[in-house]
Design a protein around this ligand. Structure first.
Ligand SMILES: [Fe+2]
Length: 459
């Protein structure tokens, strides 16, 4: 990893940009909304704000910079490893203004480090805190969805900066500017219709995981290692809302034979009969989008389904989920020789453009699965990056030779209990992503921005 090759300007922009997004996602919430109800799947947003500042301070200023804490109570309030989740509503949290002040103090000091020229260690932890805040941005959005809060207003929403290309792995794409209100190029007009069919991927030895030339990787991606793959066929696109509605209509939630034992236990415990945020309306369904109910968008991906629901759909459809090695091969292979150098993104090594992937949140939702043709992989899979996170069949496990990075709580505690998701969703920041990026959630989580694509069963 050569982090010193990342310019100070790019680092500073990332620090400022991720904070601006966090504030845009939170600033319109009133005091009650900032605390929110006590639920196992969300945090109090006010606590999460302080936690963002604490994380940057802990790693950049205190750990790498050897500075004393800015607040004597910060560890006891905001350390996610030490403060039990269901106690976070009971803490004597600083109010909004004091929390914002703490956030500003930390950010100012981190920017001072950037401007004087960070060491490699400081640059690593600055990026880590940016990516950590990016991930919490996704959580702020699913919190707003879970709690039926209104859609946020994001800078540049509805417009895109079409021409911009991004720095490798750090800068963000599509950061819109007011002057970019121009007619949409035809390549950005959403394509109607589904995108049925499979592509064939040849067998071979595939190198799963990140290469050592990545400027920044998380510990769970290290390092590329050979995995034998049999030939397989994988869908060109994620499963759509219309396709999933057919599963619901065929009593998919009532037929035990379609579910694994664990999945059926989950379904029965919650008496679940349809996807989260769906509601019957006449013969059809409505879908809740933040605080609005909308008709299903038949050709957009199904979203907010958990791993058990994805697994049951597959059994109903005579399909299966891809393993994460299969997913990565379909996204990253540069040709029929799977052992050949692979692509960093489905379309090549260049960072995402808006024509290639639905990312960064400005759309406030998914696009049709046939859209973003310019983002196809070598084999013709579409939207493997962006639009919707995709469940894989794989347990979240360490790669061979795993060694935890200094932020030990990131990956290691979750091995064996979580499932791997790949690819990012419509709100994921593009600076975070690449083909090798691994997300992970428990199989019963359906509040997150997850859908899936399927593979053919072996013949
Ligand atoms: Fe966190």
């Amino acid at each position: 990893m050569n982090l010193l090759s990342i310019s100070q300007a790019i680092l500073a922009e990332a620090v400022i940009d991720t904070r601006q997004r966090s504030l845009e996602l939170l600033c319109d919430l009133d005091e009650d909304q900032l605390l929110g109800p006590r639920l196992p799947i969300v945090n109090p947003p006010l606590w999460e704000m302080g936690h963002l500042a604490w994380f940057g301070e802990k790693w950049v200023l205190r750990h790498a910079g050897k500075r004393p804490p800015l607040r004597s109570d910060a560890d006891s309030l905001f350390d996610s490893s030490a403060v039990l989740h269901d106690t976070r509503w009971d803490l004597f949290l600083p109010r909004r203004a004091a929390t914002l002040d703490y956030m500003n103090q930390v950010q100012e000091r981190i920017l001072e480090v950037v401007h004087r020229g960070p060491t490699a260690e400081e640059a690593y932890f600055i990026l880590l805190s940016v990516f950590h805040e990016d991930m919490h941005g996704e959580a702020f959005l699913y919190t707003r969805q879970t709690l039926s809060y209104s859609r946020p207003r994001l800078e540049g929403q509805g417009v895109r900066d079409e021409g911009r290309e991004e720095g490798r792995g750090v800068r963000d794409e599509g950061r819109a500017k007011p002057h970019s209100l121009a007619p949409r190029p035809s390549s950005l007009v959403p394509l109607d219709g589904p995108l049925p069919g499979d592509v064939q991927i040849p067998g071979g030895t595939f190198h799963l995981g990140a290469g050592r030339d990545e400027p920044f990787v998380f510990d769970n991606e290290k390092w590329a290692h050979p995995v034998p793959l049999r030939p397989f066929a994988i869908a060109r696109a994620p499963v759509t809302q219309a396709e999933f509605a057919a599963f619901v209509a065929d009593d998919g939630y009532r037929r035990a034979e379609l579910w694994s034992q664990a999945g059926w236990r989950w379904r029965q415990a919650g008496e679940v009969l349809h996807p989260m945020h769906w509601r019957r309306e006449g013969d059809g369904w409505l879908r809740r989008d933040f605080d609005r109910w909308l008709p299903l968008e038949p050709h957009r991906p199904v979203i907010h389904v958990n791993w058990y629901e994805a697994e049951a759909y597959c059994r109903w459809a005579g399909r299966r989920l891809p393993t994460e090695a299969e997913w990565e091969a379909a996204a990253a292979a540069s040709g029929n020789d799977l052992s050949a150098p692979k692509r960093r993104f489905p379309w090549g090594d260049e960072p995402p453009k808006p024509t290639q992937a639905q990312l960064n949140g400005y759309s406030l939702g998914c696009c049709n699965v046939a859209d973003r043709v310019a983002g196809d992989s070598q084999f013709g899979c579409r939207q493997m990056i962006g639009n919707v996170w995709e469940w894989t069949a794989s347990d979240f496990l360490p790669y061979p030779g795993f060694v935890a990075d200094p932020y030990r709580e990131y990956s290691e505690p979750w091995f064996g209990t979580h499932k791997v998701l790949r690819g990012g969703a419509w709100m994921t920041r593009s600076r975070l992503l690449r083909n090798t990026w691994r997300n992970f959630y428990q199989p019963d989580r359906r509040d997150v921005w997850a859908g899936f694509r399927t593979c053919a069963l072996p013949s």
